[in-house]
Design a protein around this ligand. Structure first.
Ligand code: ADP
Ligand code: MG
Length: 257
């Protein structure tokens, strides 16, 4: 592929004390690519997403988003610091993240959960923010729930609010960290449907951690199997999910399928 990747991890290492979470990781995602990360618990999947959101510092290497480095060379406690000030805000606006636990503000209406950040960060007027919120709530099939509080919604509805909220800043990249694993089984489908629809209709780069293998197969251009902070193997979903080369991938798939 000749295009410049929109996400690039260049020999990135991340440690917690003596424990190496990301081990000299090389990883790239192309614009508009839909990539699924699978792998055992503790293999570093969430850390990749959290590093991209600048929620975790790294120890070595460089992370680029849209060609720009996300972290400064400036070191503190032997960790690379995030870019500061205006640059950091600009970089963060390129990414939206949906968490396993929905992380909505319980004391705010659905509408305000969506409009708070863009009003403060982007300086949108109330009318502009409300209009954008309305459009996105329609997109996730929650057009009539704007005045409710999160506690009045089902888990599936709350997570769809989470998706809409992440889209409010008009990110080019969406990150999903096990977006359905906190949901009752009967609510998983409605959330996956919204994510699939988003993938089909929007020019978005998507990076998703999920254990929903059927969904991963449908939506992904590429599946990456993480093991001990590295990518052990990656490729088209039919290849990785149906005929993996590595014994550890086979064991993992056997355990989750
Ligand atoms: P995954 O999402 O693949 O399950 P994570 O990226 O969340 O894995 O974490 C990888 C490992 O790093 C885990 O073993 C976890 O215990 C450890 N870890 C994550 N965050 C911290 C932290 N803040 N302090 C210490 N260890 C952590
Ligand atoms: Mg995780």
């Amino acid at each position: 592929m000749s295009r410049e990747p929109i996400i690039r991890f260049d020999r990135v290492s991340k440690r917690f004390g003596d424990f190496t979470v990301l081990d000299n990781l090389d990883f790239q995602v192309q614009p508009n690519e839909k990539v699924t990360i699978i792998g055992p618990s503790g293999s570093g999947k969430s850390t990749v997403l959290r590093v991209l959101m600048t929620l975790e510092p790294i120890n070595e290497g460089v992370v680029y988003v849209g060609g720009d480095p996300l972290w400064h060379e400036y070191r503190r406690n032997n960790e690379l610091s995030p870019a500061r000030g205006a640059h950091l805000r600009r970089m963060r606006e390129r990414l939206g993240m949906v968490f396993q636990q929905f992380n909505l503000f319980p004391h705010m209406t659905v509408r305000r959960n969506l409009t708070e950040a863009p009003r403060r960060v982007l300086g949108l007027s109330r009318a502009e923010a409300d209009e954008r919120a309305h459009e996105l709530l329609e997109l996730v099939n929650l057009g009539n729930q704007a005045d409710k509080y999160p506690g009045q919604l089902s888990g599936g509805q709350q997570q769809r609010v989470g998706v809409a909220r992440a889209l409010m800043m008009r990110p080019r990249i969406m990150l999903f960290d096990e977006p359905t694993s906190a949901l009752d089984p009967e609510l998983v489908g409605e959330v996956l449907k919204v994510i699939r629809q988003l993938a089909d209709t929007h020019d978005l780069t998507m990076l998703m951690v999920t254990h929903e293998m059927h969904f991963a197969r449908q939506i992904s251009d590429r599946v990456c199997f993480f093991d001990q902070g590295r990518i052990l193997e990656q490729g088209p979903p039919e290849e990785i999910l149906s005929s993996p080369k590595e014994a550890r991938t086979r064991e993992f798939l056997h355990a989750v399928l």
